[in-house]
Ligand binder design. Sequence first.
Ligand SMILES: [Zn+2]
Length: 121
Amino acid sequence: MREQAARERLLRADTEAVILLKSIQAELGSLADAQRDVATDDEHDPEGSTLAWERSQADALRREAEQRRAWIADALRALDEGRYGRCASCGRAIADGRLEARPWTTLCVECAAKPGMGGHH
Ligand SMILES: [Zn+2]
C-alpha cells in the first residue's frame, strides 16, 4: 500500500519534470531566436548578454530537471527491487515526510546533511 503511494508520487513527479522540461526547451528555443535577432542587429548589443544569462539560467534548470528524472528512474527501480525508502549511505529507513517531499531521494536527512553527499538529494 505504501509502495503503491510511493510509485504514484514518483510517476507524478516524473510527469511534472517532463512538463517542466518542455517549457524550458520552449524557452530555450525562443531565447535562441531572440539571440539570433540581436546578433543580426548588433553583436555588441547589451541585450545579447542578458539573453545569454537567461539562456544559462534556463540551461541550469533543464539540467536540474533531467537530473531529477534520472533520480526518479532510479527510485522506481529501487521500488521494484524492494530497496526503496532505505538510505543508500547508512541503510536506515528514510522518514516518510522526507519521501513525501522528495520521493526520489536516496539519502536520509542525516546523511544528506553530511558534506560531500550531494546537497541535491
Ligand atoms: Zn543515512
